[in-house]
Ligand binder design. Structure first.
Ligand SMILES: C[S@@+](CC[C@H](N)C(=O)[O-])C[C@H]1O[C@@H](n2cnc3c(N)ncnc32)[C@H](O)[C@@H]1O
Length: 254
């Protein structure tokens, strides 16, 4: 089976993605440095619990969850504004069962899905109240009546950024086809609710590529309020199975 593509030209502007996802040389490092994805099985469990059959994976990145869900028989559409990450996603087993779309949630096909997900803390890339509210509205228009949105977001109280510049975040890892790549991260600013940081990667041969990111940390109160404002009912807020105490996992019904 060939991978399905959306052939309609999109009038929607593609959001900018950070270099770590959008630069082909950095995108190819993502899965290796991210390590085993112990976070994804619980999303599959929730999809089964909610009796979802179709899933929209928003900010799918290199497609780890999309292909896992497709392998389990879910009908999956996956969107991401980083073409380099999508190119990697398309090479994975079961990628031919996923409908891939380059862009943000507003580029997703209109056909409604039972479940929308944002794995890997995608919710934190939406920095302003306006952009987050817009995304939630767009998600709602793509859900079946009573469909669900499930996403995770780091707890501000866990102060994850304090661990990001420790030695434990610095590593040299062999990357297939490339060689040993050295990574380190610097915090650029902590001006809550925004945290900015820089990933640096030194490639064999000496090239150093950098990627700057900013994430928004929302409180539980803010998350619940934004979901309610967008017309979602919060069904449950859980601990992340793989990172207890560090993240909230929201299950919201449209
Ligand atoms: C930390 S990665 C998570 C990727 C994937 N969900 C995972 O679990 O591996 C964040 C992703 O959000 C994507 N992203 C950035 N801006 C976005 C936007 N406006 N809409 C949708 N996705 C976006 C990035 O390109 C990147 O792939």
């Amino acid at each position: 089976m060939r991978a399905r593509e959306e052939s309609e030209p999109s009038m929607v502007e593609t959001p900018a993605a950070d270099a770590i996802f959008a630069d082909p040389r950095l995108a190819q490092l993502y899965d290796v440095f991210d390590g085993p994805r112990n976070d994804l099985a619980s999303y599959l469990d929730i999809a089964t619990e909610l009796r979802a059959r179709s899933i929209l994976d928003i900010g799918c990145g290199t497609g780890s969850f999309a292909v896992l869900a497709a392998s389990q028989g879910f009908a999956v559409t996956a969107v991401d504004p980083a073409a380099a990450s999508l190119a990697i996603a398309r090479t994975k087993p079961h990628a031919d069962r996923v409908t891939w779309q380059h862009g943000g949630v507003d580029s997703a096909p209109a056909g409604p899905v039972d479940l929308a997900v944002m794995t890997g803390n995608v919710a934190q890339v939406f920095l302003t109240d306006r952009s987050w509210a817009d995304v939630l509205q767009q998600v709602r228009t793509r859900l079946t009546p009573g469909g669900h949105l499930v996403f995770e977001t780091r707890r501000t109280s866990d102060r994850a950024w304090e661990r990001w510049s420790e030695d434990s975040d610095e590593a040299t890892i062999p990357v297939p086809g490339i060689g040993a790549v050295h990574h380190w991260r610097q915090i650029l600013s902590v001006e809550l609710p925004l945290v900015s940081f820089r990933h640096s990667y030194r490639f064999p041969g000496g090239d150093v590529l950098e990627s700057d990111s900013t994430l928004r940390f929302r409180t539980d109160v803010e998350n619940r309020a934004s979901l309610a404002d967008a017309g979602f009912a919060v069904v449950d807020v859980r601990d992340a199975a793989d990172r207890p105490g560090a993240e909230f996992v929201y299950i919201a019904r449209s």
